[in-house]
Structure formats: structure tokens, C-alpha cells
Design a protein around this ligand. Structure first.
Ligand code: ADE
Ligand code: ZN
Length: 353
């Protein structure tokens, strides 16, 4: 990939103009859970519309509960929030609200996770989930040219049989999603638990990704590569505990979809300034910046870029270009489409300096 990464004019850009550049540059978002984009206001609106009782008396009380100590403490609140989703229109409204925010951040391509088991377990038909989300993606493309694709995630705290049943139920809507992923509680649920269902997904021609090395060990990253044969690792930040693994990720150019604000909220790192993103980039890894669950973690993808760059003085224009370009490279779009977006990225940088 040609890189204008050494344009001498980039060094001259005053630091105070970096946030505007970060917000304006075209970007891909490859790690966002649509259920994690449910803002408290929308949770309350949907609860009222669907007659669902919430454990919190107000939007402020709900927001006040967003003080997490680890992944599980977040997941408990996240699954409770998702309980207001009942009908196709609810899934459309949630995805549409996210896509409006993404468009405002100049996200030109989004690969969006959804967790069907969270909804089917409550008796919601999978059709309502997938069709509602798909219509929002379709409309974003029609209105803004934003390309939005769906990735179906299996919940790893449930059984592989449950994942198989979910894949089966989703197959009539196969053309509405591009891949499968693996999320939820990582510790104690190694990737190998889902070896057979991932093999089936690959046979079906689906892309495969998995969360690994968020809270779990570097071994889970290795297992996701060797057993599930994933094309990208979601999070993956714990890979640094294994030098040979880091070397392999760099050599094979396996992308890591890193989510800096999420990692601080869930105490994977104490602060953004202590995040290992610079080390991962220096090791030659294809790292990307993403929002994970933006309604819960204090910011959408542009906020993740802006706050991370504010906390890391060594990050400048060159890193902004590299991270955004990595996002396109790591996407599941065609080579021609990736080239088109990188050319757009180059134009936005040329205009900024
Ligand atoms: N589901 C939603 N967000 C998640 C995260 N950060 N890790 C694992 N599962 C998730
Ligand atoms: Zn995630």
C-alpha cells in the first residue's frame, strides 16, 4: 500500500489542528456492537414504546450505573439495556441512530457486530433482528454512500450447540451479513470451544473474526488464529505478553481492532496515556481504532481518535494517516474499494496541511 507517510508538510501541522483532522478524515469502523450504541435516551424511549420495565428510574440514574470495574460488570448492564429491543422497528431505530453518528464522524465504511442470541433468548424472532438492522444499513448507503455491513456474533458464555442453532436460524438471511464473530465473557471461554461452528461458517463463505486478548491471555489470540482461523482479532492487546505472537501478527499482517476508550472504561489499561497502541504500531502490527460500545464508553470512533491522540504526545499526523489507512486495509471490502478510500484519505490529508 503506497503511503505518503513522510510528507514533510505533516510535521508542520500545528498540534491544535490535529483534532479537526482526526474528526474529518474518512475512516472505517470495524469493531462496534450495535447493542452498545443504544444511548440511555433511546433505551427509555423504547422501554416506553414496548412497555418494558427498567430497573432505573431515569436516564441520569441509568447513566450513573456506567461505572464498570471489568468486562463482566459492563456486560451485565449492556444485556439489561438490550432488553428493550422487541420489534424490527426497534432494531432499525438503534442501527439508524448509530449510522447517523458514524456519518457525522465521516465513517465511510462500518462492519457492525450484532448479538442475535441476546434477543432470540427473549423470544424475539431472528428475522426482526437481522431485517431491522439490514434496512438501516441499506438506507445509510442510499442516503450517504456509507457502506455498512453486519457481522453476527456468537455469545461465548453460551454453548457451541446454541451457536450452531443461531447460525441455522440466521441462514435464511445469509445475504444480509458478511461474517461471524465471537464476543461476551472471555475468561474461561477459550476460542477452541467454538471450533466446529467456526469451521461451518468458513465453509459457508462467511468471514470470521473473534474477540481475543481483551481480558483473556495471549494464548487465546493464538488459539483464535490456529483453531478458528480468524482473519482479524478484536482487541488483541494482550498479544504483547508473547513476543513470538507479536512477530507472527506483524508478519501475517493480522489486523487488531483496538478500542482505546473501551479498554480504559473496562480497566484493561489504567489510562489512555498507558495504552499499548503506540507499542503495537511500532511493532508493525495492522492496528485500527474503533469504539466497541460507544454509548457506554464515552465516545464514538472520532472521540476515540481525538482522546487517544490527546493522551499520546508522540502521536502526530503520520500516525493518524497510518491508523485510518489500516482501518481500510483491515476491512472486508474489495481491493478496488479499499484503494478508493485510501485515495480519499490522501486527499483529505493533502487538503489539511
Ligand atoms: N460485547 C460487547 N462489548 C464487548 C466487549 N468489549 N468484549 C466482549 N464482548 C462484548
Ligand atoms: Zn467488542
Amino acid at each position: 500500500m503506497t503511503t505518503p507517510a513522510h510528507d514533510p508538510r505533516w510535521n508542520a501541522l500545528p498540534r491544535e489542528r490535529l483534532p479537526a483532522l482526526l474528526r474529518r478524515m474518512p475512516k472505517a469502523e470495524l469493531h462496534v456492537h450495535v447493542e452498545g450504541t443504544l444511548e440511555p435516551e433511546l433505551i427509555f424511549r423504547l422501554a416506553e414504546r414496548n412497555g418494558v420495565a427498567l430497573a432505573y428510574p431515569s436516564v441520569d440514574a441509568l447513566r450513573a450505573a456506567y461505572a464498570f470495574t471489568d468486562l463482566q460488570s459492563f456486560l451485565d448492564v449492556y444485556y439489561a439495556g438490550a432488553s428493550v429491543l422487541r420489534h424490527e422497528a426497534d432494531f432499525f431505530d438503534m442501527a439508524w441512530a448509530y449510522l447517523e453518528r458514524a456519518a457525522a464522524d465521516n465513517v465511510v465504511h462500518a462492519e457492525i457486530f450484532f448479538d442475535p442470541q441476546t434477543h432470540t433468548a427473549r423470544g424475539v424472532p431472528i428475522e426482526a433482528v437481522i431485517v431491522g438492522l439490514h434496512h438501516a444499513c441499506q438506507r445509510a448507503h442510499q442516503e450517504w454512500g456509507l457502506s455498512a455491513k453486519l457481522i453476527l456474533c456468537f455469545l461465548r458464555h453460551l454453548s457451541e450447540d446454541d451457536a450452531f442453532a443461531t447460525l441455522e436460524q440466521a441462514l435464511p438471511y445469509r445475504e444480509h451479513f458478511i461474517g461471524v464473530g465471537l464476543d461476551s465473557s472471555e475468561r474461561g471461554h477459550p476460542p477452541a470451544k467454538f471450533a466446529r461452528v467456526f469451521a461451518k461458517a468458513r465453509e459457508l463463505g462467511l468471514h470470521v473474526v473473534a474477540h481475543a486478548g481483551e481480558e483473556g491471555p495471549a494464548d487465546y489470540v493464538r488459539e483464535a488464529l490456529d483453531v478458528l482461523k480468524v482473519e482479524r482479532i478484536d482487541h488483541g492487546v494482550r498479544c504483547v505478553d508473547d513476543a513470538a505472537l507479536v512477530e507472527r501478527l506483524a508478519r501475517e499482517r493480522v489486523p487488531l481492532t483496538v478500542c482505546p476508550l473501551s479498554n480504559v472504561k473496562l480497566r484493561v489499561f489504567p489510562t489512555l496515556a498507558q495504552h499499548n497502541l503506540p507499542a503495537l504500531l511500532d511493532a508493525g502490527l495492522c492496528v485500527t481504532v474503533n469504539s466497541d460500545d460507544p454509548a457506554y464508553f464515552g465516545g464514538y470512533v472520532a472521540d476515540n481518535y481525538v482522546q487517544t491522540f490527546a493522551a499520546l504526545p508522540q502521536f502526530g499526523v503520520r500516525h493518524a494517516w497510518q491508523l485510518a489507512a489500516n482501518g481500510f486495509e483491515a476491512s472486508f471490502a474489495s481491493a478496488a474499494q479499499k484503494q478508493h478510500w485510501i485515495a480519499e484519505l490522501d486527499r483529505s490529508f493533502a487538503a489539511a496541511v
